[in-house]
Design a protein around this ligand. Sequence first.
Ligand code: ATP
Ligand code: MG
Length: 156
Amino acid sequence: RWCDVEDIIGVVLKQVKDYQQHRKIRVRLPEQMPLILGDEVLLEQVLVNVVSNSIKYSPDFSEIIIEAQVGGATVSLSVADAGIGLEETDGERIFDKFYRADQTKHVPGTGLGLAICKGIVELHGGTISAKPNPERGTIITISLPLNEAEEDWKTI
Ligand code: ATP
Ligand code: MG
C-alpha cells in the first residue's frame, strides 16, 4: 500500500501526545512529499518507538525535531533530541534486542523498541542508524527506498 509520510507523522504525534509532557515536538517536511510503498501500521510503530525514545531519554521542556527529506531514491525521516545521548561504545548495539545503554538504565525499558524498528525498516528495504546530535542528544535516521511512479507524488 502507498503510505503518506505526513499522515504517518500525524498519527504518531497523536499517539505520543499524552506522554510527551512538556517536550516541544517540531516537524519539518519538504514541499513535495512522495508516497512510499509499505505497511502504514508498521511504519507508524517504527516512528512511535523512535519518538518515544526521544521523549524518554530527554529532559522536560527540551525540543524534539522530526524531519523528512527526499533525496535521490530515498525518503529519510530523522528524529533529533537534546537528551542523554549515546556513548561511542553503544554504537549500533542499540539496535540489538535487549541492549540498553548504561547511562539510560534509570529509565525503565525492555530494549526491544529499536530491534523491532530495525526489523520493520529492513523489511521495507530501508536502513536505520544513530548518530550524536552535534550540540546534545541523539539523531535517529530512518531511510526508506522510493519505488513509486511520478503520479504518486503529492504536493502539500
Ligand atoms: P523499549 O523496549 O521499551 O523500547 P528501550 O527504550 O530501552 O526499551 P530501545 O528502544 O530498543 O529500548 O532502545 C535501546 C537503547 O538505546 C535504550 O535503552 C537506550 O539506552 C538507547 N537509546 C535509544 N534511543 C535513545 C535516545 N533517543 N537517546 C539516548 N539513548 C537512546
Ligand atoms: Mg524504546
